[in-house]
Design a protein around this ligand. Structure first.
Ligand SMILES: Cc1cc2nc3c(=O)[nH]c(=O)nc-3n(C[C@H](O)[C@H](O)[C@H](O)COP(=O)(O)O)c2cc1C
Ligand SMILES: CC(C)CC(=O)C(=O)O
Length: 329
């Protein structure tokens, strides 16, 4: 891969403290296994916002897949479909959502709220018509994070020949993605009026926001710091999870992304109350290394490791894991 593009995929904001801390937070947790109780067949399946998943690991929305592999987002979707999980299509995808949907697996669509409400509605309807089953609204990006690697590399836009295909307006012109600092909670209420799709908020870290999310009738929240690409110094997601779980009090599912790299990481997040996790960079790396097969292998490996870790932790199903099975040292 072009090292400039690799820096885009791997990098984060500022000094990349949060990028590093997301993974480190998992290193500080230890699993306390239970014994002699997980009898019978294991079952990794779960359902989130009405979408059944073979395992509680989804593909996080990440931008510009054609820069990682010529087959782009379509290959990622094929890899996700092969393992029976959902892919969250980024608003900054380099292929049209209709084409990505041809892979056949369940898709959710990620939206950066745009200041132009008519256009926002147009994009949402397009995702809906393409068969996307949920809308993931990214709420941690009122402005764009400062990505030092990209600034140093002069990487400010897609190279020519590539476009954010889901930013085409009705006239076929590609708009640039705006970060909308004017979007408030009223925008979530507005979105609920324009779509019947379940809405999940991505980028919740504070328990008070989690409670507001419940009050605004969303179908779920994703504890996320955008993989450390927005606010450098933001709390590692695993550290933020317990308070968010407590705040929503079982009313809606809580998902988490950031730093999930292996099956035991998934066990820790599930035990602390996440319904499922999403993975970003591991999927991009799989895509870059081997297209759809690489994505499938990255996700298969996580599911296999999760199955093994569940068995050894004494859980038959993800919901059997309990918070007392994780200690911090
Ligand atoms: C290269 C890259 C591009 C991303 N693009 C988007 C995006 O378009 N929309 C979005 O909501 N999040 C985006 N994210 C954030 C991811 O959805 C997710 O929060 C993060 O990658 C999870 O951390 P992980 O990479 O450690 O798994 C991006 C992340 C990366 C690494
Ligand atoms: C290009 C951006 C719109 C997406 C991205 O890089 C991110 O969200 O981190």
């Amino acid at each position: 891969m072009d090292p400039v593009h690799q820096d885009f995929f791997e990098g984060g904001a500022g000094r990349e403290r949060t990028v590093a801390a997301n993974e480190r937070a998992f290193q500080r947790r230890w699993i306390v296994p239970r014994v002699l109780r997980a009898t019978g067949d294991r079952d990794l399946r779960t359902t989130v916002a009405g979408t059944p998943l073979a395992a509680p690991v989804l593909v996080a929305p990440t931008a510009f897949h054609r820069l990682a592999h010529p087959d782009g987002e379509t290959a990622t979707a094929r890899g996700a479909a092969a393992v029976g999980t959902a892919m969250v299509v980024s608003m900054a995808a380099t292929q049209p959502v209709e084409e990505i949907a041809s892979a056949g697996g369940p898709l959710w669509f990620q939206l950066y709220p745009q200041p132009d409400l008519d256009f926002t509605e147009y994009v949402v309807k397009r995702a809906e018509s393409a068969g996307c089953r949920a809308l993931v609204v990214t709420v941690d990006s009122p402005v764009f994070g400062r990505r030092e690697r990209d600034l140093r590399n002069g990487f400010t836009d897609l190279p020519s020949g590539y476009a954010c295909e889901n930013m085409r307006d009705a006239a076929g012109r590609v708009r640039s993605i705006a970060m909308d600092a004017t979007a408030g909670w009223d925008r979530i209420a507005w979105l609920r009026g324009v779509t019947g799709l379940p809405i999940l908020l991505k980028g919740i870290l504070h328990p008070a926001d989690a409670r507001l999310a419940v009050e605004h009738g969303v179908a779920g929240v994703i504890v996320s710091n955008h993989g450390g690409r927005q606010l450098d110094g933001a709390i590692p997601t695993l550290d933020a999870l317990p308070a968010v779980v407590a705040a929503v009090d079982g009313q809606i599912p809580v998902l988490l992304d950031g730093g999930v790299r292996c099956g035991t990481d998934v066990v820790v997040a599930l035990a602390l109350g996440a319904r499922a996790v999403l993975v970003g960079r591991p999927v991009v790396r799989g895509l870059a290394a081997g297209g759809a097969v690489g994505v499938r292998e990255a996700l298969e490996r996580l599911a296999t490791e999760l199955d093994l870790a569940l068995a050894l932790a004494g859980a038959r199903r993800p919901v059997d894991l309990t918070p007392d099975q994780v200690v911090t040292r």
